[in-house]
Design a protein around this ligand. Structure first.
Ligand code: ADP
Length: 310
């Protein structure tokens, strides 16, 4: 499969690097309005390929995205001093209007993978601008928050994160919901597994894990300016599920008919991802508190998305 990436700053290039190392695509086409940057990233990443895969990595223009099965959009502008969140969103919506239409001109059957933040809102905007079905406009959403949740749980329980089945739902951001009540280890409910092995998830442990997930981005930004390796690997994970039609269950964002009583909102729940994009949603069974938190998160996102003029 040919996979395109539009916007190859830190996030887009990390996704390209992760995909090149895993040989997920036959060809990766890197597009950026900074052409020198795209050329440099393509050349640098292509030098990693001989060690591990056969992916062709090159810089290109929109025309070179013709026939791409997936295009990751990681383009965006950053907040100017004094600029409101809504003004920033409007400017990013303008970027998306141009980028999405140029992609669709050459690759009408594409699946769009949205990485630009705030990712849930940008996923809603990309869906509205493109006119594509929501199954083909996928935001990275809470894929990374879910990975952080699993890795912290795994560390506490001293097992592999791949054997922890737990999800972070709703917004990729402050209002996200850690779904403790339906998390499992293998086939055993998380809380009873933790008790059985003598490592109970006390309120203090849960609070620490919650903070570890929720405040991870802020901590990383504090130390190194921005986050990109984790999200790059998460984007590669979604692209792999599509390129190989794996039908993996991943927590990603997409405009959804109903999330906790909020209609047509872009937020994350676990979904089956395969060649057609999103093939099924799996709305988890939550306790009363988690349901209320997810409703709050989804309602906030819906109101914010509705406030962005298109
Ligand atoms: P991040 O950390 O989110 O990756 P960066 O600023 O490093 O942020 O990367 C964003 C990239 O998006 C930059 O390389 C920038 O040149 C690119 N970009 C911004 N607007 C557009 C656009 N309209 N078309 C293509 N690329 C764009």
């Amino acid at each position: 499969m040919k996979i395109g990436i539009v916007g190859v700053g830190m996030v887009g290039s990390s996704a390209a690097y992760a995909m090149a190392l895993q040989g997920i695509a036959q060809e990766l086409v890197l597009v950026d309005y900074n052409k020198e940057l795209a050329a440099a990233q393509a050349e640098d990443i292509s030098h990693a390929v001989p060690f591990v895969s056969t992916t062709v990595v090159r810089a290109g223009d929109y025309a070179d995205l013709a026939g791409a099965g997936v295009v990751i959009i990681a383009a965006g502008v950053s907040q100017k001093p004094g600029e409101s969140r809504l003004d920033l969103l409007s400017r990013n919506a303008e970027v998306f209007r141009i980028v999405v239409s140029r992609i669709l001109d050459v690759a009408p059957d594409v699946i769009l993978l949205i990485a630009s933040n705030p990712v849930d809102i940008m996923t809603d905007i990309a869906t509205r601008i493109s006119g594509l079905p929501p199954s083909r406009v996928i935001g990275s959403g809470t894929i990374l928050d879910t990975a952080r949740f699993r890795s912290l749980l795994a560390r506490h329980l001293a097992i592999s994160p791949q054997s922890v089945h737990g999800y972070v739902l709703g917004e990729h951001g402050d209002s996200e919901v850690l779904a403790w009540s339906c998390a499992c280890v293998g086939s055993v409910p998380l809380m009873s597994f933790a008790k059985q092995i003598g490592k109970p998830l006390t309120d203090a442990v849960r609070a620490e894990i919650d903070d570890g997930v929720r405040r991870a981005a802020a901590r990383i930004i504090g130390g190194k300016g921005s986050t990109y390796y984790g999200i790059g690997a998460g984007l590669a994970r979604i692209a792999k599920a599509i390129a190989r039609d794996q039908r993996d269950i991943l927590s990603v964002s997409s405009v959804t008919e109903d999330i906790a009583g909020v209609s047509k909102v872009a937020a994350s729940v676990p979904r089956v991802i395969g060649a057609g994009g999103i093939m099924m949603d799996l709305i988890p069974e939550l306790n009363v508190e988690e349901s209320a938190s997810l409703h709050h998160s989804a309602a906030m996102l819906k109101a914010l998305a509705a406030s962005v003029p298109l």
